[in-house]
Write a protein that binds this ligand. Structure first.
Ligand code: KIV
Length: 291
């Protein structure tokens, strides 16, 4: 094994040992059933995205309920403008890395563009690959009525499915913009119907992205499964953010629905600058840091 890989695994194990015991919640594995119970008991569900083992270990240790291996990996990790180029093989790879370092959070994996649109049968087969080869606990797909048959096929065979309504980034070229969805009456009505159809098809939760808070509250009240909001107000049963957004990794992407909990871009820039200074001045490595 490479030295850096051994160090990364060592760091993850050390992190788990030191901090997981201090996590505020029980270390019992979060299940889809637990999320429905949390809705029933009025306990808000905290979700974040994750795409790699080290970041996922930190979030899991901190007590996050759900980690979504989102196809936003296309924007955050791969540098694409959209989520469209992301492949099923890449989602399997990223999920495997997350699965290795998480022992409590429910891991949900996004089905990438064109892995579920062709036919319910193909969608079912690809969802099965994500469960079997990647090891996630559930899959997520975007859309309502058009996916219902695929969702039913999966849930009837034991594959838990999270729906995703509102702004669905895989349809960006059809929408033409990232504006909020459900602001017009016909769009709002269609979204309410879609939410019901997904619930009836066996979905265990639904992400509502960039939806007016009032509409999200109405959908949340009408469902017995939880809604997870992103830019959808605080009446949803849970919230999700892309981890790089809430950590302040970017200086340019600052949508109003993102609360920045750290300014990691500045922290990391300053750390790299200090390193460069130390290398140039030969202050690093010191005698103690040498063999
Ligand atoms: O891919 C993703 O990160 C998502 C969230 C924004 C919900 O789908």
């Amino acid at each position: 094994m490479q030295g850096w890989a051994a160090s990364a695994i060592f760091a993850i194990r050390l992190y788990r040992k030191r901090y997981m015991a201090q996590a505020p919640t029980t270390r019992k594995r979060v299940t889809t059933l637990r999320l429905v119970e949390m809705k029933r008991d009025g306990i808000p569900i905290a979700c974040l995205t994750a795409y790699d083992a080290m970041t996922a270990a930190i979030m899991d240790g901190a007590g996050i309920d759900v980690l979504l291996v989102g196809d936003s990996v296309g924007n955050v990790v791969q540098g694409h403008d959209t989520t469209i180029p992301v492949t099923l093989e890449q989602m399997i790879y990223h999920t495997q890395t997350v699965v290795r370092s998480v022992d409590r959070a429910l891991i949900v994996t996004d089905m990438p563009f064109m892995s579920y649109q062709v036919s319910p049968r193909e969608a079912f087969h690809n969802a099965g690959r994500l469960m079997k080869e990647a090891g996630c606990g559930a899959v997520k797909l975007e859309g309502g009525s058009r996916c219902v048959e695929a969702v039913r096929m999966m849930t009837e065979s034991g594959i838990p499915v999270m729906g995703h309504l509102g702004l669905t980034p895989q349809s960006i070229h059809q929408f033409g913009s990232y504006r909020e969805r459900g602001i017009h009456a016909d769009e709002a009505e269609a979204m309410k119907k879609d939410a019901m159809l997904l619930q009836d098809a066996g979905a265990f939760a639904i992400v509502l992205e960039k939806v007016p808070a009032v509409l999200a509250a109405e959908i949340t009240a009408a469902l017995h499964i939880p809604t997870i909001g992103i830019g959808a107000g605080n009446q949803c049963d849970g919230q999700i953010l892309v981890w790089a957004d809430m950590m302040g990794m970017s200086t340019t992407f600052r949508p109003r629905f993102v609360r920045r909990y750290a300014e990691m871009h500045d922290v990391m820039t300053s750390a790299v600058q200090s390193y460069i200074t130390d290398v140039r001045s030969k202050d690093f490595p010191s005698t103690e840091e040498s063999y």
